[in-house]
Structure formats: C-alpha cells, structure tokens
Design a protein around this ligand. Structure first.
Ligand code: V47
Ligand code: SF4
Length: 380
C-alpha cells in the first residue's frame, strides 16, 4: 500500500499491520521511546514501507529537510596491525609488515600539506595498531598538524588504538586522552565498536579493546566536554537482538553524556577477508537497518550513511529512510572499504556532486563542520 507522505499517521489506521506494530507507530508519533523488545520486533516483522514512514517522521522532526556533508580527507598511518579481526580486508599482520605501509610523521605531513589550498575542514585519522605509532608519535603528529594548519579539525583514533597506546604508556584513559587533547585532538570517530555483544565480538574481533573499554573511553571523552561518533558493524554473524543490544548500550550512554553526534551503521563487506564465506545482506536490509536505527536511537542527533562503504546510490536512497548525513568529499584517501569490496573503488565526490545527489531526492544540502556548525546551505 502506498502511504500519503504527508500523513504518516495513516499507518495506525492501516488494517494490514498487526496491533503490535501499530502500537510502536503510535509511540513513535507521540515521541515516546520504543523498548528493546519493540526494536527486535521491528527487525523481525516490519516491512520497509512501514519502517521508512516512521524513520522519515523522526528524521524530519530532528533535522527537517536538511542533509549534511563536510569537506574532509582521511589519513591511514598504517595498515599493519597487531590484531587480526576476521572481517578486516585491510590490515596486514605485523609478521607480514613488508606487504603493508607505515607512514612517518613527515610522510603524513606531506599528505596534510597537499590540502593547503583546499577548503577542507576535517582530517580523519585512523588505521592499524603498531607499537611504533605510540603516544609520542600521535602527540607529535597532532602538534605538527595544528602548527601547520590550526583550523583543521582533527578527528582521530578509536578506543582500539587508545587502549593499546595508553596501556603501553602506562597511562589511565583520562590522562592519556588529556595528553592527546593538549596535542590537538578535537573529536573521536566512531570506529572499533563492531558489535558490542561480548561473544560475537570475541569471535570477530578478539583481543582488541572490550565493549566496556570502548564505552568507557567515549564516556570519559564526553565528560571532557568533547564529541564523538559511534558505528555498528552489521550483516555478518550477529542476530537482530545483537543489533538492538548494541544500540541500546549506546542509547544508555547517550542519555548520560549527550556526547555522540552521529550513529553510523557499517555494512559488513566480504571481499578477501577471513569471513568471505558470509554473504552480504541485501540493500533492502541496509535500508531497514538505517530506519530502525533512526527510530531506536531517539537521542542521537544524526544518522550517517557513509557513502564510501555503502555506495553513493544506496546512500542517496537511505535519505528517505532515516539518514540525514552523508559524511564528506573524502578525496580518495581511504582504502578500508575499497579493499573490503565496496562499489566505491576510488571514493571521491566534489561538492557539486554531493549537492546534486542530495537535491535529486528533494532534500536541502548543507555543508557542515565536524561539530555540525553550518558552513553553507545550498538553497533547494
Ligand atoms: O571499526 C573494517 C569497519 C571501521 C570492514 O566516525 C568494516 O565519522 C565493513 O569507523 N566491512 C572504521 N566494515 C571506519 C569508521 C568510520 C568510517 C567513516 C566515518 C566515521 C566517523 C567512522 O570500519 C572499523 C570497522 O568496523 N570495517 N572492515 C569490512 N570488511
Ligand atoms: Fe586492526 Fe582495525 Fe583491522 Fe581489527 S579492524 S585488524 S583493529 S585494522
């Protein structure tokens, strides 16, 4: 059945939906929070049209017709890693380090300097974990970047890297994060979250920071008055209950700190990794997942469709299923997703391409900075 876009409450009078689904719709339209069990029910029973209508309602209430993007680029200091997550197509084990790259501070500064005459606002720095890239390496790097370009927002490292680096330096998370901030770190990206259920996490990402450690580092960071994102790796061996459990732990932390800006679902891509036998989920499932995350995470301001991972076409479609952010221009500076099999083998979009992509679905493009301050609104 085609629903009237302007009257989403039709869902409640529609006889094709069960009374349980209608009860969820009523809650959402009354701005009430849905429960864990209701979240799982949405995954198990709700079809895409129903989810899209609810998610779009929440999305437009929070962000109107706006779709955000930024001018950014990535630096991946190394693809060598002491860990061996089974979903990772990108890293090379430390014993095979001759097959990978490990950049020096000078080499990274050469990349940063390439953007001297470009209007980028953010550098996103993350990669593998190696002993050499330690506390001194990153604090020196952040100082160098800020000395060269004080206006560039440094969004860098995840609890996976922090946990390893601070343990090696015999520092508490609080003291370590304070030193990183003093050196120039501005925000944390959402990586390393994978899936919080301990048993699944152990199977696919054993050995790296635990769920509690991931959440604790973000909590400490938020308590320092800073902001971060959160991801969820979905579509592998997890169940729907595990996805809601993941979002539930984030929703609880956000209730305490209000420090998360965006939630970023990351679709498991299966090219050339130890989980290549696990099939990828469908685009319909991607859209359902975006929609349910928009409905469940009622205290997250933004849901990001990371186009370099999901592909620009699905990212564009998702703008009617709860998402309001597309990440940025990227400029072909990340390899994590192309190596894992994304349709975007050289991720790079110009401002005009992003603006056109957003306008095609009738939304209003807004260039933002990392903290969602408006840089420029593009009239629709
Ligand atoms: O933590 C690695 C994921 C993440 C695969 O905060 C994979 O703005 C799918 O966190 N299939 C790193 N996913 C990327 C990340 C990120 C990206 C864009 C924006 C932001 C932000 C954060 O990439 C890892 C892991 O979950 N990943 N391999 C794979 N085969
Ligand atoms: Fe290392 Fe990150 Fe890859 Fe895991 S996902 S092996 S921590 S680079």
């Amino acid at each position: 059945m085609i629903l009237d876009k302007h009257n989403p409450k039709e869902l409640i009078n529609n006889s094709t939906y069960s009374k349980e689904l209608k009860a969820i719709a009523t809650k959402v339209f009354n701005d009430e929070r849905i429960s864990f069990e209701e979240g799982v029910l949405l995954y198990k029973e709700a079809e895409l049209g129903f989810l899209g209508t609810l998610a779009n309602y929440v999305r437009e209430k929070k962000n109107g017709n706006y779709v955000y993007f930024n001018h950014n680029f990535h630096v991946e200091p190394t693809n060598v890693c002491v860990y061996s997550c089974s979903f990772c197509s990108y890293s090379r084990l430390i014993k095979n380090r001759d097959q990978g790259w490990e950049l020096s501070i000078e080499q990274i500064m050469d990349i940063i300097k390439k953007y001297d005459d470009k209007a980028v606002t953010e550098v996103h720095i993350t990669g593998g974990v190696v002993p050499k890239q330690d506390l001194a390496f990153y604090t020196d790097l952040f100082r160098e970047i800020k000395k060269h370009r004080p206006d560039l927002h440094i969004k860098a490292l995840t609890p996976v890297e922090f946990h390893y680096i601070f343990k090696k330096a015999k520092l508490s998370y609080e003291d370590g994060l304070k030193l990183m901030t003093e050196a120039g770190l501005d925000s944390l990206p959402g990586g390393g979250a994978e899936i919080f259920d301990e048993a699944i996490r152990d199977k696919i990402a054993g050995g790296k920071c635990s769920t509690d450690e991931w959440l604790s580092i973000h909590e400490i960071w938020h308590n320092m008055g800073k902001y971060s994102n959160a991801t969820m790796l979905y579509g592998h061996i997890e169940t729907f209950e595990h996805r809601i459990d993941h979002m539930d732990r984030l929703r609880k932390l956000q209730d305490k700190t209000n420090g998360f800006n965006a939630f970023i679902p990351l679709k498991f891509r299966n090219k050339e990794n130890e989980m290549s036998h696990v099939p990828e989920v469908s685009v319909i499932e991607d859209l359902r997942n975006y929609a349910i995350s928009r409905i469940y995470l009622d205290n997250f301001p933004h849901i990001k469709a990371y186009w370099a991972m999901i592909g620009r076409n699905t990212a564009q479609l998702s703008l009617n299923f709860g998402t309001d952010d597309l990440d940025g221009t990227i400029d072909d500076t990340t390899k994590i997703y192309s190596m894992a099999g994304s349709e975007e083998q050289n991720p790079k979009l110009t401002t005009q391409e992003l603006v056109d992509l957003i306008k095609t679905v009738g939304r209003t493009p807004v260039e933002r900075d990392t903290l969602y301050n408006v840089v420029k609104e593009f009239a629709s």
